[in-house]
Design a protein around this ligand. Structure first.
Ligand SMILES: Cc1cc2nc3c(=O)[nH]c(=O)nc-3n(C[C@H](O)[C@H](O)[C@H](O)COP(=O)(O)OP(=O)(O)OC[C@H]3O[C@@H](n4cnc5c(N)ncnc54)[C@H](O)[C@@H]3O)c2cc1C
Length: 419
């Protein structure tokens, strides 16, 4: 029987970063996944390391926006009707948490993690040979209307109060940064404290390779086999059973599959999302990711081409893909940037794990000893993976955590675990 100090379940960017941080601190660690590292949701994101994030993604406001979504005409969101009853109370809680007061509470709770996001990636990249994937030139958000730009003024004001850098500009300024954009927008905001990567999969794989080089073991197995045996956590893998004194659940959108049977029923939901790569026409190019805020998509330069990522789709995690948002957003995207032929035949689909307060759960599992939780990173798993890895490793080894982990505790849901 193989024995370890810790089993880390899930080799997305979050689990891989945790495993690497634990191995760096001298623990014997097995990182277990049913796939290779980084091949699920962590494969397909827009590659933005959002060190600048303050407020959670807003809930649509105004009759026009709500109607467009209800009528399935909105490029920024889609839903499966059958899923709505399952997510209704969660959506109400989400809406409340994205009102001004909730947004500020989110910003206060999450700032210590976002503030470390880029630096923690840089540290892991340096030792993993992954710095070549990093771009330190921020990201650009564009606003087609004055109304959309007006709406973000409270966030900009708050950013100024906290001393976060940003630069507002008109269409001309935006096109000086990204000359291939068309003049279809009126305002842009450049956030230089964000960074981005040209290949999120390669970054997670590089961290996994570094973990192996430090003596960590990567195994294929089904995390749902996790159980107690002789005071240890035991898991069945393709190479046989393996024990760990402690276990960490970092299974992203699949975390409740393991936790529900253990009685840890937290109110996790999913925001599905898609991407597709396109070739750029002619000499057109992007230096950094660009978000078309009113249409809820991002175009990001990747090694595979220009990656166009969609906003949220509310649907059962395992329901077949319905990439209808592309039909709605392609006219606007092609208007903004000269997208050419698609690279793949079909879009890719991923699942953002999301709590209604948009905060992840990081810390001890309630009611189970030697079990740790690190999931629910929503729109920011790539951003927060390494900072989460450090925080979990510090807590597990009894070191002083670099920030107060209490805002991320599972205990915040109390006994009412519906939302
Ligand atoms: C379209 C899109 C764009 C995004 N853009 C950004 C962005 O620009 N910046 C950003 O920070 N974030 C972004 N995100 C969010 C980010 O990708 C996720 O938050 C992040 O990937 C979650 O990482 P994770 O490690 O928690 O989960 P995952 O990467 O999903 O990893 C979970 C792992 O668990 C494994 N697993 C599941 N079930 C089992 C089982 N039973 N047994 C064994 N293994 C199992 C899976 O195989 C997987 O490897 C985006 C997401 C989407 C969908």
């Amino acid at each position: 029987m193989a024995r370890t100090d810790a089993l880390v379940l899930g080799a997305g960017i979050v689990g891989t970063s945790i495993a690497l941080h634990l191995a760096k601190r001298g623990l014997s660690v097995a990182l277990v996944d049913r796939r290779g590292p980084g091949e699920e949701t962590s494969y397909g994101n827009a590659g933005v390391i959002e060190g600048n994030t303050l407020f959670p993604h807003g809930f649509p406001s105004g009759l026009h926006s709500l109607l467009r979504i209800a009528l399935k005409q909105a490029p920024e969101a889609n839903y499966h009707l059958s899923f709505l009853p399952k997510v209704a109370s969660w959506l109400l809680a989400y809406r409340k948490n994205t009102m001004p007061e909730g947004s500020k509470a989110f910003a206060t709770a999450m700032r210590p993690l976002y503030a470390r996001a880029v630096a923690e990636h840089e540290a892991l990249m340096a030792e993993s040979g992954a710095t070549r994937y990093l771009r330190r030139d921020g990201w650009l958000k564009i606003y087609r209307s004055d109304e959309a730009f007006d709406k973000i003024q409270p966030e900009l004001k708050f950013a100024s109060q906290l001393g976060l850098s940003y630069r507002t500009m008109d269409e001309k300024g935006g096109r000086e940064l990204e000359p291939s954009l068309s003049p279809v927008f009126r305002h842009a905001v450049h956030w230089p404290e964000a960074a981005s990567v040209s290949n999120p999969l390669a970054v997670t794989k590089a961290y996994a390779a570094r973990f192996s080089a430090l003596g960590g073991v990567i195994l294929k197995g089904d995390a749902r086999t996790l159980h107690r045996s002789n005071g240890q956590w035991r898991l069945d893998t393709e190479g046989g059973a393996i024990d760990g004194k402690e276990a960490v659940v970092a299974l992203g959108s699949w975390s409740q599959d393991v936790l529900d049977p253990l009685g840890i029923k937290l109110p996790l939901k999913y925001k599905r999302g898609y991407h597709r790569h396109f070739r750029a026409k002619g000499n057109a190019a992007l230096t950094r990711p660009v978000v078309d805020t009113e249409n809820g998509y991002c175009i990001a330069p990747m090694e595979q081409g220009i990656r166009l990522t969609t906003g949220a789709e509310f649907a059962d995690r395992d329901a077949p893909p319905t990439p209808v948002q592309f039909d709605r957003l392609m006219p606007g995207a092609k208007e903004l940037f000269p997208l050419g032929e698609p690279v793949e035949a079909q879009p890719w689909m991923g699942s953002r794990p999301c709590f209604a307060d948009s905060r992840p759960v990081i810390g001890r599992a309630p009611g189970q000893s030697e079990l740790w939780l690190a999931y629910g990173h929503a729109h920011w798993g790539l951003t927060l993976g390494p900072a989460t890895g450090r925080l979990v490793a510090e807590m597990m080894t009894g070191a002083t955590p670099f920030c107060d982990p209490s805002p991320y505790s599972a205990e915040r849901f109390g006994n009412d675990r519906r939302t």
